[in-house]
Structures are given as C-alpha cells and as structure tokens.
Ligand binder design. Structure first.
Ligand code: ATP
Ligand code: MG
Length: 139
C-alpha cells in the first residue's frame, strides 16, 4: 500500500532566486500538508551522504557542489499516495521536459538546477525524512 508521506527540498537555486514562497504556496494549494519544515544548508559531507546513490555518475561532483552551495528548505509532506503524487506534481528531472505548470517547469532552469527534490519511494521518503529531521522537529 502506498504511503502518505514524502520528503522534499527546495534546492539552492530556487531559494536564492526567491522562489521558495511561491513553491510552498503551490504545494499547500495542491493539498499537501507540511509536517516538518526548516531552512538549512547541506555540508559537502551531508550532500555526499544524501546523494550517495549517484556517486558513480558523471554529474556527481557538480551535483554535490550545487547542493551544498547555499540554503535549502527541507520539508516532510503528507497526502494520500504522497510519493507518486508529489513526483507527478514537480515534473520530470529535466525542466525542459517537465509538463506545463509543474514546479520544475515553472522554476527549474537546467537538469541540475531543477528547483526541488522529491523522494522516489516510500522507503526513501522515510530514510530521507529521518536524515533531515529529528522526532521533535515534526508536527
Ligand atoms: P531528485 O532525486 O533531486 O528528486 P530525480 O529523482 O528527478 O531528482 P535523480 O536521477 O535522482 O533525479 O538525480 C538527482 C539530481 O541530480 C537531479 O534532481 C539533478 O539535480 C541532478 N541530475 C540528474 N541527472 C543529471 C544530469 N544528467 N546532469 C546534471 N545533473 C543531473
Ligand atoms: Mg532522485
């Protein structure tokens, strides 16, 4: 059975370019509930740990530099069938291919600078939420 939570980050490009408010507004209007939220910055070490699954990819070093380059807003979201519904809502990895009106279509500027992250499975949603939030930081 699909779970009801996912983990997301508004990535440094979107935060620095003042899109956080608009992105959070879209998320809330779509019916996702925010269960945890914080502004933080990933260290290089933390970014490497978070994206360890990609450590053999040609874009890994660039991804780590980008994700640790500035502030992020991390959130736990709740909605029915949350992981898949949220991934559909943010659009494909490459903003150039993302459906009109999706967050990456609206605010992503390249395949790397694609504005937001969304967990890709219920299992990873739990792992990623635990990576970013302690139990007393959640509603
Ligand atoms: P995310 O995990 O951030 O939600 P995703 O699941 O759509 O994105 P992944 O394949 O997990 O995509 O890639 C993780 C991130 O690595 C992407 O969101 C993007 O920032 C970056 N990335 C992926 N593919 C490329 C690429 N070909 N060139 C540069 N950066 C890339
Ligand atoms: Mg991914």
């Amino acid at each position: 059975m699909a779970g009801d939570k996912t983990f997301t980050m508004i990535k440094p490009d979107a935060v620095v370019n003042h899109h956080s408010g608009a992105i959070i507004d879209l998320i809330l209007r779509e019916g996702f509930k925010i269960k945890a939220l914080k502004l933080t910055q990933l260290s290089v070490e933390k970014a490497k740990e978070f994206y360890a699954v990609h450590n053999d990819k040609p874009f890994f070093d660039s991804l780590i530099a980008y994700m640790s380059s500035g502030p992020i807003i991390s959130m736990i979201l709740e909605k029915e069938d949350c992981v898949q519904v949220f991934r559909d809502f943010i659009g494909t990895t490459n903003p150039a291919d993302a459906a009109e009106g999706t967050i990456r279509n609206l605010y992503g500027t390249s395949i790397e600078n694609n504005a937001v992250h969304g967990s890709d499975s219920d299992e990873n949603a739990t792992i990623e939420s635990d990576f970013h939030f302690s139990s007393d930081e959640r509603y």
